[in-house]
Design a protein around this ligand. Structure first.
Ligand code: C2E
Ligand code: MG
Ligand code: MG
Length: 694
């Protein structure tokens, strides 16, 4: 297009000044005027093809610098030539205008020939055509940069890492509760932004600004500022970088909305392409995945660690102290993590109270991390000890998905979860194998039940008086088609956890009943058998009915099927256990306490619940030298059981010495390898033949 046909806008509140310039440009056909920034903005929105702007600095409503910043922020006007009309004395303002993107300066009083020459030169320059995709972050920035109610802050990031305020709009100052003059004073009084950003948010703020400047990518996040009344205000905010010339410090421009985040809470007001976690200000899940990926990919020769951590029983903190305290802990934890990690690697909040980090192994120091977590806990000022558990995955497969790496770190973490003394665990091969084995067990369990792969083993229980078997315990074994016999220690607790134990126990009881009925039908001497009742089953309301039905089915009496319950059930819920055991005894069952003394409610349980048999596990007692404390305890327990009218069974008896000791202590029965190991039914029958029942 012919330069003379291009649109030129003169923005100045001084009418004389405007007409002077207009006269100079008399050859140009499309010259327009605006009296301030607001008018100019409106004009430019209608005429995005404007080719040149003359811009006065001091104007009411919206001054020249603000309009300039808003133009530079908008992708449509970032290359629009702007000639600043300036009184040459305002050197500081001029400097800032250059940093903020002024193209040229014309000093008052104007030299018209120079002005004309400048215009001609700039009008020749081609302007880029910008298409802004609707709904994109660019479109969002465009609309916010044009909206006069949004406050703008321009931050300069110095080489030494300090941040300073280069420019702010009056609206921004107002959002923070100051007028322009007060905010100016505040900003110039401190060399960094600590006067305006609360310290808890400072690190994450620095990280956001660093990220925008470095990646030259705009992003949306939440900005926490300290207002004049010392309250922390959370503003939804867009950060954009300013194109800077070589050798200049990077600038980041933040557009803060007047709309407070607080009022949006509850409603799911999302910023487009949100990249930072809105509460803590550090990277959110997606951003963390993205930046960890980049970090690892860009350093193929480096070894990395990826870790996750969370706060033990965080829900309780929220519940007891309120979500505000919970939030503040998360913010502080994020800040302390950022301090620990940034500069070495990346970190982010994955969600709720789970955080993640990734950094070169060489620079990772677990002790320093734990130390920072402990320091935070000590300085929270809460009467609550913050317990944080960490899981660390040394990245052995750098090509794996970041989510997979997080899963591995999480798995490692799950192995120490709830453990007060262990605060971290590394993911390694044995752990991986154990977890896979566990998973295989879970995958195979139902099939095993359907194909009768769970088998009944019996271990005789001997009378010490008669030296003959008086009973037996039913113990499960898993006859796995590939792995052979699997011991219950490997699967019972897993099944308790996922409640599959309900099915398995029922199955084992049925096998036991079938065997008891079979013995009776063959005319063999009756031998009561005890079965294990997991604590999950104990609290089933129809437990008694279930058992009675089984007995009816095989025409047996409750006296034949004894029930072993463990103390841990009492620890879970004493009242329910009291009710359950009363019902069972009323129905005619004999109750055995298994593994007596392994928990910490043993005496309570004895006091509260009438039980028939007490099983003591010798393996819990350790050294049994005659004058040892263990021996004294054992003697005492046997005496208590006797005076409560209970029968005593010592389990895990392996040596003659143990046996003789138990005999002299007055123990009634013995179960242990000394006499016999648990064995399949056919072996058990052979065994009984050689050692007949009393
Ligand atoms: P428990 O009920 O206390 O069973 C006794 C355990 O001690 C058995 O281990 C038995 O083999 C072992 N044992 C007996 N005498 C000795 C000995 O002299 N030396 C040693 N070292 N060990 C001895 P097992 O069969 O591995 O069972 C472990 C636990 O798994 C059982 O402890 C029980 O709590 C649970 N369990 C086994 N079968 C079932 C079942 O069908 N249902 C449920 N709910 N739990 C079961
Ligand atoms: Mg048992
Ligand atoms: Mg036991």
């Amino acid at each position: 297009m012919d330069n003379l046909n291009k649109k030129i806008l003169i923005v100045d509140d001084d009418e004389t000044s405007r007409s002077l310039i207009r006269q100079t440009l008399c050859d140009y056909k499309h010259v327009y005027e605006a009296a301030d920034g607001v008018e100019a903005m409106a004009f430019l929105q209608r005429n995005p093809d404007t080719a040149l702007v003359f811009l006065d600095i001091l104007m009411p409503r919206m001054d020249g610098l603000e309009l300039l910043v808003r133009l530079r922020l908008s992708p449509k006007f970032s290359d629009l030539p702007v000639i600043m009309l300036s009184a040459s004395s305002e050197e500081d303002v001029n400097q800032r205008a250059i940093r903020l993107g002024a193209t040229r300066f014309a000093y008052k009083p104007y030299r018209m020939a120079l002005l004309l020459q400048m215009a001609e030169e700039l009008l020749v320059l081609p302007r880029k055509e910008v298409d802004i995709a609707p709904g994109s972050l660019d479109a969002f920035i465009f609309s916010r940069s044009q909206a006069i109610d949004s406050g703008i802050l321009v931050i300069e990031a110095k080489d030494d890492g300090t941040l300073s305020t280069l420019y702010f709009t009056p609206t921004y100052a107002m959002l923070c509760g100051y007028n322009t003059k007060e905010y100016s004073a505040l900003v110039s009084a401190s060399s960094d932004l600590s006067a305006t950003i609360p310290s808890a948010h400072f690190d994450s703020f620095r990280m956001s600004v660093g990220m925008i400047a470095e990646e030259k990518m705009p992003m949306a996040f939440y900005l926490h500022v300290r207002r004049q009344d010392r309250q922390t205000l959370t503003l939804s905010c867009l950060g954009s970088y300013f194109a800077q010339k070589e050798g200049e410090h990077p600038l980041v421009c933040l557009i803060a909305d007047t709309q407070e985040l607080e009022t949006e809470r509850g409603g799911e007001a999302e910023l487009p392409n949100e990249r930072l976690d809105r509460l803590t200000g550090i990277a959110n899940r997606a951003t963390f995945f993205h930046s960890a990926r980049r970090l690892i990919d860009e350093h193929p020769d480096e070894k990395f660690v990826l870790g996750t951590f969370d706060i033990d029983r965080f829900k309780i903190i929220n519940d007891v102290y309120g979500t505000q305290v919970g939030d503040s802990i998360l913010i502080q934890l994020a800040a302390s993590t950022a301090r620990e990690v940034l500069g070495k690697g990346v970190c982010g909040r994955l969600g709720a109270d789970v955080f993640a980090f990734c950094m070169p192994e060489q620079r990772f120091d677990i002790e320093a991390l734990l130390q920072s977590q402990r320091f935070l806990s000590d300085n929270l000022g809460l009467a609550y000890n913050l317990v944080i558990h960490n899981g660390i995955y040394p990245v052995t497969e750098p090509k794996a998905e970041i989510t997979t790496m997080c899963d591995r770190a999480n798995l490692a973490r799950s192995t120490v979860k709830g453990d007060y003394n262990k605060r971290y665990a590394y993911y390694d091969e044995p752990m991986r194998e154990a977890i896979i084995a566990e998973q295989e067990i879970l995958n195979d369990m139902q099939k095993a039940l359907d194909t009768n792969a769970f088998v009944l083993f019996l271990q005789p229980i001997y009378s010490l008086n008669f030296e003959k078997p008086v009973s037996a315990e039913a113990l499960v074994r898993w006859n796995h088609p590939e792995k052979g016999i699997i011991e219950p220690g490997q699967f019972i607790s897993l099944f308790e956890h996922n409640r599959f134990i309900t099915n398995l126990d029922h199955y084992m009881w049925e096998l036991t009943c079938r065997y008891l009925a079979d013995r009776r039908d063959r005319g063999l001497a009756p031998l009561p058998i005890s079965v294990n009742v997991s604590r999950v089953n104990l609290f089933q309301p129809d437990l008694v009915n279930d058992l009675m039905e089984l007995l009816r089915k095989y025409d047996l009496t409750p006296a034949m099927l004894r029930l072993e319950i463990t103390e841990t059930a009492y620890m879970d819920d004493p009242t329910q256990l009291i009710t359950a055991s009363e019902k069972l005894r009323k129905a005619g069952f004999k109750l055995l306490v298994d593994d007596f003394g392994s928990g910490y409610s043993s005496l309570h349980m004895l006091k509260d619940i009438p039980l028939d048999v007490l099983k003591l596990d010798m393996r819990f007692l350790g050294d049994l030298e005659p004058s040892s404390r263990a021996a004294t305890v054992l003697l005492g327990v046997i005496r208590i059981a006797q005076s409560l009218g209970m029968v005593t069974v010592a389990e895990g008896v392996e040596t003659k010495f143990q046996l003789e000791f138990l005999r002299s202590a007055g123990c009634d029965n013995i179960q242990g390898f000394f006499y016999a190991k648990p064995m399949p039914i056919d072996e058990f029958e052979v065994f009984l033949d050689s050692s007949p029942i009393v």
